[in-house]
Design a protein around this ligand. Sequence first.
Ligand SMILES: CC(C)(COP(=O)(O)OP(=O)(O)OC[C@H]1O[C@@H](n2cnc3c(N)ncnc32)[C@H](O)[C@@H]1OP(=O)(O)O)[C@@H](O)C(=O)NCCC(=O)NCCS
Length: 157
Amino acid sequence: MATDSTVDDVAIRPATRADLLDISRLETRVFDEPWSYSAFEGFVGEPAFLIAELDGSVVGYVVADWTATYNRDFGHIKDLAVDPAFRGHGLGRSLLQRAVSQLLVEGVRSIKLEVRESNTPARRLYVEEGFEAFRRIPRYYSDGEAALVLVFEPVFG
Ligand SMILES: CC(C)(COP(=O)(O)OP(=O)(O)OC[C@H]1O[C@@H](n2cnc3c(N)ncnc32)[C@H](O)[C@@H]1OP(=O)(O)O)[C@@H](O)C(=O)NCCC(=O)NCCS
């Protein structure tokens, strides 16, 4: 980071193909079971595939999409990460909020995600943003840990 840059200078914008290498590298640093480069590639152009950028570097990202059904579109937050050096400054929340807003703009009325049971920081963030426990899936992850499925259903007036 340039000496005069702060997290206030972070810009959130749609991810492009040119960001994929940075995203993929950050994913590998953050997760034990990282997505592959080609997995991210498949989401380029999705309105809720966003990055947080600072001084030309990717410092966080969120991947979300939705599925159209006959009576209701379901959104899915699939991945969210912030560079460890930039955590605790609201970037994770901003990325999540932007992705949720984008899904709502697209007409989604229900959003789900899976989170490791032990992932206290992410669970707190999701609950604070209105996600509620829906169910628990034992042995969801390859190391045997359970996932919690959380769902957000905004109330429309
Ligand atoms: C989860 C993650 C994206 C949060 O990013 P972040 O930028 O640090 O989060 P924010 O600064 O926006 O914090 C938002 C809220 O998250 C929760 N949170 C963040 N860090 C936390 C921590 N270390 N312990 C407990 N809660 C924490 C808090 O509720 C916080 O709200 P507060 O600041 O009012 O207390 C980040 O920790 C991360 O990349 N983790 C590894 C990847 C991951 O687990 N992704 C989620 C997969 S489901």
